[in-house]
Design a protein around this ligand. Structure first.
Ligand SMILES: Nc1ncnc2c1ncn2[C@@H]1O[C@H](COP(=O)(O)OP(=O)(O)O)[C@@H](O)[C@H]1O
Ligand SMILES: [Mg+2]
Length: 252
């Protein structure tokens, strides 16, 4: 059964139809690359599937059951984590606080019931998550807003990878990263998928797409126009699909 499946999603912003009947699907343990020209609707699709916005039409199914992802907390509660293109970290909080934002570990016992957080546990948990990613977060107690783009990206990716249980969306996760950090994220994508998670990866880098994706879904003008197994396609075919050199092709 398909882990997460969207059918016929529609999203209108004023006169712009950002999604015009978009289909999408990802299986457990699969890396899907979502590609398309700027404005094709990739980030809008991710917002619909991560509960940041509700589509005007279409349906979303998780393990075959229809779901309404009306808030980010709803999506997270169902095991869907997202690294947004604009990151959406809390700039005034430190990396540890960002890691646990909205799900702080409570002390057991009386203090827990009164709502005190276990700072030590959160710090250790964050360190482990950053180490797993190979992210160098030098200052665990400095405001995230003052960090470099690469460090912020590391915090955002580590946070999503630490909490995901079903599907993780990574909207251009390597855009702000150097060579070593990019390598770490690409390796992480594979490792997370190997744990049975569905990984959705948006990138403009065709070499990265060809390297990590099992399947490539191509968006154009708010629709999914083609799906290919990565091993059965090539860059020329992907670029042709992105630019509309043909109208629709299925090669799943
Ligand atoms: N909040 C918004 N308000 C108005 N138009 C939007 C909004 N978000 C996206 N759009 C428009 O929807 C289309 C798809 O955008 P987007 O999903 O960001 O594409 P992509 O991520 O593939 O570059 C674009 O024409 C964009 O300008
Ligand atoms: Mg985008």
């Amino acid at each position: 059964m398909t882990l997460l499946q969207a059918t016929g999603l529609v999203k209108q912003y004023g006169h712009v139809r950002a999604l015009n009947g978009a289909d999408f699907d990802v299986d457990a343990g699969e890396v899907v690359a979502l590609i398309g020209d700027n404005g094709a609707g990739k980030s809008t699709l991710v917002r619909m599937l991560s509960g940041s916005e509700v589509p005007d039409g279409g349906e979303i199914r998780l393990n075959g059951e229809r779901v309404r992802l009306d808030t980010p907390a709803t999506a997270r509660g169902l095991g869907i984590e997202t690294v947004f293109q604009d990151l959406a970290l809390a700039p005034h909080l430190d990396p540890v606080q960002n890691m646990y934002l909205g799900r702080e570990i409570m002390h057991p016992g009386l203090l827990g019931r009164l709502g005190f957080m276990d700072n030590h546990a959160m710090r250790e948990g964050s360190k482990a998550a950053f180490a797993k990613l190979g992210a160098t977060v030098r200052n665990l107690s400095g405001a995230v807003g003052s960090m470099s783009g690469g460090q912020k990206q590391g915090v955002a990716v580590a946070r999503a990878a630490a909490w995901v249980s079903k599907v993780i969306f990574l909207d251009e996760p390597t855009a702000a990263l150097g060579v070593v950090q990019t390598r770490n994220v690409l390796d992480l994508i594979r490792r997370v998928a190997d744990e049975g998670i569905g990984v959705v990866f948006i990138s403009h880098s065709m070499p990265h797409v060809m390297e990590v994706a099992d399947r490539v879904q191509v968006m154009r003008q708010g629709r999914m126009v083609a799906t290919y197994r990565a091993k059965d396609t090539n860059m020329e075919q992907l670029v042709a699909a992105m630019t509309g050199a043909f109208s629709r092709e299925e090669a799943k």
